[in-house]
Design a protein around this ligand. Structure first.
Ligand SMILES: O=C(O)[C@H]1O[C@H](OP(=O)(O)OP(=O)(O)OC[C@H]2O[C@@H](n3ccc(=O)[nH]c3=O)[C@H](O)[C@@H]2O)[C@H](O)[C@@H](O)[C@@H]1O
Length: 454
């Protein structure tokens, strides 16, 4: 296929003021252009340039390859078992003729008092665990996930298999797809939304900043727009982040502490989410609860997180970089085990008050809450590594480096007294016990799959 770039750059090289370009005599366009100039004496100047302009347009169109969108590769591929619902066309056909019934059946709780929850990011790490926990206690769930390739999609498909085996219907779709969300809310009267879909990762924001705006701002606003217009409006619980505390030096972090110094774009989009949530609470009466997760880890975790790729690299004998703070200060995190976080999520859903509005009209003040879900025990990264060495029975190849200016903060430490008081949140798993469960899963999953980890 003709490379556009040389032609485009060549056409670009012809200056906009005609008559001054020095075409390369060997250029295939030189003779044509030369012939056109020969006729210039015979025609009025205005007519001539109209001809030349028309000629150049026709030349460009003639040389342009057929549009990529006409290629078969553009067809949306709904491979595998996943029901992918691309609503660019019409909602639903790719889910099969009775997708509404399947969504409705999946969302129906086992008892009248049960919840009917839309879990966004349902095949993500926290999303999958929360969905399974809700299903296990008899709530109805419909999952929504775009199965993006931020990390290995094989892991997402494997989590999806767990959900399918539990009878949870997962729609492959995007929170930015308003038509899809509207169709879901027309089909199911969700009592709650557990919003976990997001672009996660502190450091990746320096590589792909727009992904954070797309998912964490545009996507969140799109979801809230559908929720506020729904009748009845659901109560919304969503994932904020400990990263909103940014460069805060007062420890432990409390919900009332300043959060106006985000250290990464990721943190800034999560902070923006908290402000946006407040406007939808204030204007439309949406019940909203934000959960500030503190470095959540555990089985089926995220390969982009340090505990996960440290495990992979230690097993492969690859060097790992341990960050240290200014003046060789330790870098620490309040690592929080997934099962404790799931209990916090379910408690937030169970204590969420109803939204007061419907169809976009507010009828009274609505509940607005923010909680820290942490472990109240910051652990230095060096200690994380030594626990992994012990569990894996492999000596890590370590290199200690100054924490790069990549959006990371030196430490996190959660004050969980508010979540304890209002949600009954009480984490019980320390890092060594939690990592033991993670390592057991990791060796089982990759050992059985013979897969190269992320
Ligand atoms: O608490 C949170 O809200 C956040 O927790 C994690 O972010 P982070 O704490 O940075 O987790 P990791 O990326 O796993 O890093 C853990 C620790 O290891 C350090 N690290 C990371 C990478 C590395 O090569 N070496 C290293 O020492 C980091 O500075 C950090 O202190 C998640 O990645 C975020 O999505 C989440 O929002």
């Amino acid at each position: 296929m003709t490379q556009l770039k040389p032609i485009l750059s060549h056409l670009d090289a012809i200056p906009s003021t005609p008559g001054k370009c020095k075409l390369d005599k060997t250029s295939p366009y030189h003779s044509t252009f030369h012939r056109l100039r020969l006729h210039s004496a015979l025609l009025p100047r205005r007519t001539l340039w109209s001809f030349i302009f028309l000629f150049l347009i026709l030349l460009f169109l003639f040389l342009s390859p057929p549009s990529a969108t006409s290629s078969a590769s553009n067809a949306s591929v709904n491979g595998g078992k996943r029901r992918s619902l691309h609503t660019a066309a019409v909602v639903g056909p790719s889910l099969g003729p009775n997708w509404e019934n399947r969504a409705w059946a999946s969302a129906r709780p086992a008892s009248k008092s049960g919840l009917s929850v839309l879990v966004t990011g349902a095949v993500g790490f926290v999303g999958a665990h929360v969905s399974l926990a809700l299903k296990k206690r008899g709530d109805g769930i419909v999952g929504l996930d775009n199965f993006n390739s931020y990390y290995e999609t094989g892991l997402k498909k494997a989590r999806n298999s767990l959900l399918e085996k539990s009878g949870i219907f997962v729609v492959e779709g995007d929170i930015n797809d308003a038509a899809l969300l509207r169709k879901l809310f027309e089909t199911v009267k969700f009592t709650h939304v557990m919003h976990l879909a997001a672009q996660a990762g502190v450091r990746y924001a320096m590589k792909n900043p727009m992904s954070y705006i797309h998912s964490n701002v545009d996507g969140f606003v799109n979801l809230l727009e559908i929720c506020k217009a729904a009748n009845p409006q659901p109560a919304v619980v969503w994932a904020s982040s400990s990263s909103v505390y940014g460069l805060n030096s007062k420890v432990p972090f409390s919900e009332k502490d300043r959060t106006d110094q985000p250290a990464s774009l990721y943190a800034a989009t999560k902070k923006a989410g908290e402000e946006i949530a407040h406007t939808y609470n204030h204007i439309y009466g949406l019940s909203l609860t934000g959960l500030r997760f503190f470095t959540v880890y555990g089985p089926w975790g995220r390969p982009d997180m340090a505990y996960y790729f440290f495990t992979k690299d230690i097993l492969r004998g690859k060097e790992i970089k341990i960050y240290e703070g200014v003046d060789h200060g330790t870098v620490a995190r309040d690592f929080t085990y997934i099962d404790d976080v799931v209990k916090g999520c379910l408690a937030a859903l169970d204590t969420a008050k109803k939204s007061t509005g419907s169809g976009g009209k507010k009828r009274g003040a609505a509940q607005f809450r923010i909680y820290n879900l942490g472990n109240t025990t910051p652990v230095p990264i060096g200690r994380l590594v030594s626990i992994l060495e012990k569990l894996l029975r492999v000596k890590a190849k370590k290199k200690v480096i100054q924490m790069p200016r990549n959006g990371d903060v030196p430490f996190t430490h959660a004050n969980i007294s508010l979540a304890h008081k209002e949600l009954g949140y009480k984490p019980t798993t320390d890092l060594e016990a939690g990592l033991k469960k993670f390592v057991k899963w990791y060796v089982g999953y990759y050992g059985s799959k013979k897969k190269s980890a992320w």
